[in-house]
Design a protein around this ligand. Structure first.
Ligand SMILES: Nc1ncnc2c1ncn2[C@@H]1O[C@H](COP(=O)(O)OP(=O)(O)OP(=O)(O)O)[C@@H](O)[C@H]1O
Ligand SMILES: [Mg+2]
Length: 344
């Protein structure tokens, strides 16, 4: 199998290995219009991703991970809108792009792997056709050549007998193979940034490990920046360099995986870590913190986590903490982070 190079598809080579900021999100806020009024799903989120780097976003169900991911690709649902903040992809502000401009950018610079490949693939078209279409539409590649590229890509993501499987429909593939097809489609146009929303959740442990290995390989080969969204702390530990912990639409803690896992600074993160007996292996999910996340239509006063926080006191109910830097690249949104650090 030959390694695909960007030049192979008529793209200029990437820079020579310097640190490159691929994504910069600053103060992003997303609201849904609901009957109860505005639901603030994402409330002032900031983070960045460099080339070759994998950032994980973790947090309980409903914390705003997917809505954040959708915003990065210009895919927020029609009932939602970005109300504040900015998103820059390779230095270009994309917050106000038109649908046509997004269609051009999506796939080319930033691509997404969806949790449920069956809903992202068209069931009535062959897999080969769907991949080849990407080259035809974006690159104007001829039919036969696009088909060759599709087969090459499928082989690269480890689909056996790729040339023959081009003509199969999605339902003919196993869950793991379908996820590989999704990865192939996401990588087809050589994006610089890949967003993977729960890419292994539906898969059994062995296949999960294969997919994670594949993503790591592609990151090395393509100098990809990646965002991996997961509620599985074991998965995150295996693939990510840095982690952002989300709670109720906000990032409450960021840092490198060893820092955050080894010495959490936010009571929520500490709770997550304690809820997981062993972070090695997979299947460890974020379910064991007492209480429920807040209703985002009516978030609590002060710190959003205070109703569930064992350290909460008067100040936490009254004053919302601002994110503050603990050390270089390490930030926390808690008035009493020092106590948590001591505890951990
Ligand atoms: N189409 C929608 N209409 C109204 N509210 C929505 C919609 N989609 C998401 N939300 C709300 O936005 C918030 C964030 O949802 P999001 O899907 O981003 O959570 P998540 O962190 O991805 O959760 P999960 O781990 O379950 O995937 C939730 O409170 C959710 O109820
Ligand atoms: Mg989600």
């Amino acid at each position: 199998m030959t390694e695909r190079s960007p030049q192979a598809y008529g793209q200029p080579p990437r820079d020579g290995g310097l640190l490159t900021r691929l994504l910069e999100v600053d103060g992003l806020a997303v609201e849904f219009d609901t009957r109860k009024g505005p639901l603030r799903a994402v409330r002032g989120v900031s983070f960045h991703v460099e080339a070759c780097e994998t950032l994980a976003i973790v947090g309980e169900s409903g914390s705003g991970k997917s809505v954040t991911a959708q915003a990065l690709l210009g895919l927020v649902p029609s009932r939602a809108r970005i109300t504040a903040g900015s998103i820059a992809i390779e230095g270009r502000d994309v917050t106000g792009l038109s649908d046509a401009e997004w269609r051009e950018l999506r796939g080319e610079r930033i691509a997404m792997i969806f949790q449920d490949p069956l809903s992202a693939l068209n069931p009535s078209l062959t897999v080969g056709y769907q991949i080849a279409e990407m080259f035809r539409r974006h690159r104007g590649t001829g039919r036969a050549q696009a088909r060759r590229y599709a087969a090459e890509l499928m082989a690269q993501v480890g689909i056996p007998d790729a040339a023959r499987r081009l003509d199969d429909h999605p339902h003919r593939f196993s869950g793991g193979m379908r996820q590989r097809v999704m990865i192939a489609m996401a990588l087809a146009l050589d994006p610089v940034l890949l967003v993977a929303d729960e890419p292994t959740t539906a898969l059994d442990v062995t296949v999960q490990a294969q997919i994670l290995r594949l993503l790591r390989q592609r990151r090395e080969a393509d100098r990809l920046g990646m965002i991996i969204i997961s509620h599985d702390l074991g998965v995150v530990a295996r693939v990510a360099d840095r982690v952002a912990v989300m709670y109720a639409g906000q990032i409450v803690e960021t840092g490198t995986v060893p820092e955050v896992y080894g010495r959490p600074a936010h009571p929520y993160t500490l709770g997550l870590m304690r809820a997981v007996p062993a972070l090695r292996g997979t299947g460890s999910t974020l379910t064991a913190i007492e209480g429920q996340p807040p209703d985002l239509a009516e978030p609590p006063t002060g710190c959003s986590f205070h109703p569930r926080c064992p350290l909460a006191r008067e100040r936490c109910r009254e004053e919302a903490p601002e994110p503050r830097e603990l050390s270089h690249g390490r930030a926390v949104t808690c008035h009493f982070a020092e106590e948590v650090l001591d505890d951990a």
